[in-house]
Ligand binder design. Structure first.
Ligand code: GLP
Length: 243
């Protein structure tokens, strides 16, 4: 079941996302974390809450969705670096409790399998998601099997273009492959919180919520999940029939 909450703008969406996510920021919980510009407002609120209210992450574990193939963790645009900069280094979560898939190594598929095994042993209580303008979740591009586990994938042309802004607007610098949790992996999370803001997400949001459940829109599978909250701002909700 999907519960849709329409927020006024990005800040309001981030406030509402924090209200939902904070229920899971408790000892013993496992958080599924995401990258991209969308969760930044939520992460800023988590940091503020930690600093002002002392909310602790000492007994929380986290699993991230994805990582670019070939970027060292010292590269500022690696998702490992992103997570440390925007969240991990500003809260008290132990490094060993955080997990970001590795995009480096000889046996990426073998590592991906191990990542799924770790998640199976530590089921995610709430998985945070953004959505790509083509309807992707994590880096599961259109056409990815709904039952996929963590795997190596080629990025869609539109995703490479969308992410160009993080790589000096130079398309040749954007990695072309990623390691990503599969759609099957994501669907195992007990709860899912997806945030979508901005007019360039309107088509994807409509397809996710009101389109057929079809691999052409990876996010449409969420219609089958038992517990999803989708927070959209007004521009992202613009094409929805049922608001
Ligand atoms: C990236 C990430 C996704 C993210 C999406 C949207 O490619 N792999 O996890 O949800 O694209 O990014 P943004 O939030 O910057 O729009």
């Amino acid at each position: 079941m999907i519960k849709v909450i329409v927020a006024k703008d990005y800040e309001d969406a981030s406030d509402k996302a924090f209200e939902v996510f904070k229920e899971f920021i408790k000892p013993g919980k496992v958080l599924g974390l995401a990258t991209g510009s969308t969760p930044l407002g939520l992460y800023a609120r988590m940091v503020k809450d930690h600093k002002e209210n002392g909310t602790s992450y000492k007994d929380i574990k986290s699993f991230n969705l994805d990582e670019y193939v070939g970027l060292p963790i010292t590269h500022p645009e690696s998702y490992y670096a992103f997570m440390h900069r925007n969240l991990f280094d500003q809260i008290d979560i132990p490094e060993e409790s955080t997990h970001v898939p590795s995009g480096l190594g000889e046996d990426l598929e073998g590592q991906a399998k191990k990542y799924d095994e770790m998640i199976d042993a530590c089921p995610v209580d709430c998985q945070l998601l953004g959505i790509g303008s083509d309807g992707h979740i994590a880096f599961n591009e259109p056409g990815t099997s709904f039952t996929s586990g963590t795997h190596v994938t080629d990025l869609a042309e539109s995703t490479i273009k969308d992410n160009c802004r993080f790589f000096d607007n130079d398309i040749s610098k954007v990695p072309t492959q990623a390691v990503t949790q599969g759609i099957g992996t994501i669907m195992k999370a007990k709860n899912i919180l997806l945030i979508a803001t901005g007019a360039n997400k309107a088509n994807a949001v409509k397809a996710m919520l009101e389109g057929p459940i079809d691999e052409a829109c990876p996010a449409s599978i969420l219609q089958k999940h038992a517990s999803v909250v989708v927070i959209v701002d007004e521009p992202a909700a613009a094409l929805l029939q049922n608001k």
